[in-house]
Design a protein around this ligand. Structure first.
Ligand code: ADP
Ligand code: MG
Length: 451
């Protein structure tokens, strides 16, 4: 059962955002498949509603693809089953799986009851132009928690190192002072623990647990959306800790003001001491991260291979690591060096990047459809803002995915000259830095293009 669910999870992970995947699927297990009546184990009741309403169809598809007959899907709270987190890599052939020695993690990592995992340290967090300001704030917090950067609000897209950096702060604080009371919790766990406490009449105890803390780390705050009660509770806890000069650390994939239905007072308080962002790494940053990973794993990898991976993975650091590990594993199994393997053309990176057969026409159609426009409308002369933006997004995707010249793009999307295209692409690039909704939309469009 374990393997089936692992394979299904691999399938699901391809279809949803990394943040959603880690939040909703980390502690799941497959309990039964009898007569097509599927029972999935979850950590607590809060997950049931979310999984059922948001992911039922995706789960069903993933199980069917793995040869499981599905009539009904039910969810059950199952505290005994611990998380079955698989490695991210999807290795193409079964035979390879049998050969693989776990070279990925040569050291033990462990998560303790305070939620901290000792694999995340500042030493193994590579500093680059994408994160240097956030790291210097983090260091100042480690030196003097609860002072200048309180609360510390850290935001950025998925896979850019938010969890790593805030966990590292927690671990360093604890190393300096083993008596320091820290709690790291994703907001979804905070919420479900809160509901459990209320339901079992232990609201006061829940509160007391937080009162005693020296440092509270809340991850993925964007998932608070619409949960008024827990928001109120969080706000109270926040105020209590803040008044006692206890360090509060919050991460999110966007600014509080961009999260719908977050109370305005809470939103402004979260960024009282500023907001720090993690950006997409530049080429040099990516190379530095890969070199550090190689060193940590004691892996031999040519500079050409590092540069090739850095150049071709443009999504985030999690994907960068994923490709890197896959290439290392495959090179070991095939008996080739990483660079030989890449030149051989058999790595997933090549299949997943740019060279996948997709035409400009398909891209244009998918973008138009996504924004409920006809291609004629989108590629016409209209200057209505949503149509113009859709057109610019099409230009952006054509340029990034097909490496098309701006002149060619101009003729594809029906604009007069290539400077308009250049302007359009620049506009989207600059919007993407702050507009996370746009980021999500472009990711979704890409999923639809390649899906
Ligand atoms: P997020 O929480 O923003 O989604 P994570 O903190 O989970 O991202 O980071 C994704 C992966 O990338 C993790 O394995 C993390 O260790 C790694 N990572 C991110 N940034 C860095 C960095 N600057 N140096 C080394 N590894 C990094
Ligand atoms: Mg995270």
């Amino acid at each position: 059962m374990y393997n089936v669910w692992e394979n299904a999870l691999a399938e699901i992970e391809q279809k949803i955002s990394p943040a959603n995947f880690s939040t909703w699927f980390q502690d799941t297990s497959l309990l039964s498949t009898d007569n097509g009546n599927i029972i999935i184990g979850v950590k607590n009741s809060f997950y049931i509603k979310q999984l059922r309403s948001k992911f039922n169809d995706i789960i069903k598809d993933a199980l069917i693809k793995n040869g499981i007959n599905v009539n009904t899907i039910d969810y059950e709270v199952n505290t005994k089953t611990k998380s079955k987190v698989r490695p991210r890599e999807v290795i193409p052939e079964d035979s390879i799986k049998n050969h693989i020695k776990p070279i990925k993690k040569s050291f033990e990592t462990k998560t303790t009851s305070n939620g901290l995992n000792n694999k995340y340290t500042l030493d193994n967090f590579v500093i680059g132009s994408n994160n240097d300001l956030a790291v210097s704030a983090a260091k100042s917090i480690i030196d003097a928690p609860g002072t200048r950067y309180n609360p510390f609000f850290l935001y950025g897209g998925p896979g850019l190192g938010k969890t790593h950096l805030v966990q590292a702060i927690g671990n360093e604080l604890l190393r300096k002072n083993p008596d320091y009371k820290i709690l790291y919790t994703p907001i979804s766990h905070f919420y479900s623990d809160f509901i459990d406490a209320i339901q079992s009449g232990k609201g006061k105890e829940f509160n007391r647990k937080f009162e005693k803390l020296d440092c509270l780390i809340i991850d993925d705050f964007q998932f608070i959306v619409g949960k008024e009660k827990s928001q109120e509770e969080f706000f109270n806890i926040f105020n209590d800790l803040y008044q006692l000069n206890k360090q509060i650390i919050v991460t999110s994939d966007r600014l509080p003001s961009q999260i719908k239905s977050v109370d305005e007072r809470l939103a402004s308080r979260l960024t009282w001491a500023g907001a720090f962002d993690l950006q997409l790494p530049k080429f040099e940053d990516k190379c530095a991260i890969l070199r550090a990973k190689a060193e940590l794993m004691g892996a031999d990898i040519e500079q050409e291979a590092i540069e090739y991976i850095a150049e071709n993975v443009n999504t985030n650091i999690r994907d960068l690591e994923g490709e890197f590990s896959t290439i290392l594993l495959m090179s070991e199994v095939r008996g080739l060096t990483p660079w030989e393997l890449i030149q051989n053309g058999s790595t997933s990176i090549i299949k997943s990047n740019k060279l996948r057969p997709v035409s400009s026409k398909q891209i244009i159609e998918k973008v138009a459809k996504y924004y409920n426009l006809s291609t004629k409308e989108m590629c016409g002369k209209s200057r209505v803002s949503n149509i113009k933006t859709a057109r610019q997004i099409a230009m952006f995707i054509l340029s990034k995915e097909l490496s098309m010249s701006t002149t060619k793009i101009a003729s594809e999307v029906g604009v007069k000259d290539h400077t308009t295209v250049m302007h359009g692409i620049k506009k989207i690039e600059s919007d993407l830095k702050l507009n996370f909704t746009l980021r999500d939309q472009i990711e979704e469009i890409k999923e639809q293009i390649y899906g």
